[in-house]
Design a protein around this ligand. Structure first.
Ligand SMILES: CC(C)(COP(=O)(O)OP(=O)(O)OC[C@H]1O[C@@H](n2cnc3c(N)ncnc32)[C@H](O)[C@@H]1OP(=O)(O)O)[C@@H](O)C(=O)NCCC(=O)NCCS
Length: 161
C-alpha cells in the first residue's frame, strides 16, 4: 500500500456515518448511527481512521481505562484488505498504549474469524478464554475467544500516530 495515497487520523463524531457503513463488514452486531455517534463522543473511547482523500476505508475503535484498552471494533473495507491498512491502524493503537503506559489490550473475536485471529496472533495476542455461543452470525450462534496482549511486548518504535 502506497502511504502517499492515504492518511491516518483520529476519528471524530463527523466520521460516524462512514463508520456505521464500514462496521457492517464486521462479523459482530451492527451499530446504529446514534450508537456510533454516542461512542465517538464518549471521552473514554478513541479511534483512528484510514482514508484515501476523504473516503474512510478502515478504522479501529478502542475504549480506555486507566491501565487497559479494549478493542471495540476494527475493520478494513473488503476490497483493500491484506495490503497493510489494518497493521497501520493497529500500530496507532499500540503507540498510544505505549505513550500512556497502558498495561494490557483486550479484545473478543468470533472463533471462526480466521483472518482476524491470524492478525491478532501476529501482533502477539494470546487466547485467555472462550465465551460459548456468544456471537450471532448468519449461520447461527458461535463461540468467541477473549484475547489479550501485555505491555512487555509493545512494539519497539516510539511514536507514529
Ligand atoms: C482483521 C482486519 C481488520 C485485518 O485488516 P487488513 O488490512 O487485511 O490486515 P493487514 O493487511 O494489515 O494484515 C496484517 C497481517 O495480518 C494477517 N492477516 C490479515 N488477513 C489475513 C487473512 N485473510 N488470512 C491470514 N492472515 C491474515 C497476516 O499475518 C498479515 O500479514 P501479511 O499480509 O504480511 O501476511 C480485516 O481482515 C477485516 O476488516 N476483517 C473484517 C472485520 C473483522 O473481522 N474485524 C475484527 C473484529 S474482532
Amino acid at each position: 500500500m502506497n502511504s502517499d495515497l492515504f492518511k491516518i487520523e483520529a476519528l471524530t463524531v463527523k466520521d460516524a456515518p462512514f463508520l456505521t457503513v464500514l462496521q457492517k463488514e464486521s462479523p459482530g452486531r451492527p451499530w446504529s448511527l446514534g450508537e456510533t455517534k454516542q461512542m465517538l463522543e464518549d471521552s473514554t473511547i478513541q479511534g483512528w481512521g484510514i482514508r484515501k482523500k476523504t473516503e474512510l476505508f478502515g478504522f479501529i475503535l478502542i475504549q480506555k481505562t486507566l491501565e487497559s484498552v479494549d478493542i471495540l471494533d476494527f475493520v478494513v473495507e473488503k476490497s483493500v484488505r491484506r495490503q497493510g491498512a489494518g497493521q497501520r491502524l493497529y500500530d496507532c493503537c499500540e503507540c498510544m498504549c505505549k505513550k500512556d503506559q497502558i498495561k494490557e489490550i483486550f479484545l473478543e473475536v468470533a472463533a471462526s474469524n480466521h483472518p482476524a485471529l491470524s492478525f491478532y496472533h501476529k501482533q502477539g495476542f494470546i487466547n485467555i478464554g472462550i465465551r460459548p455461543l456468544y456471537y450471532t452470525s448468519p449461520s447461527g450462534k458461535e463461540d468467541s475467544f477473549l484475547m489479550k496482549k501485555n505491555n512487555n511486548s509493545w512494539m519497539k518504535i516510539d511514536f507514529i500516530c
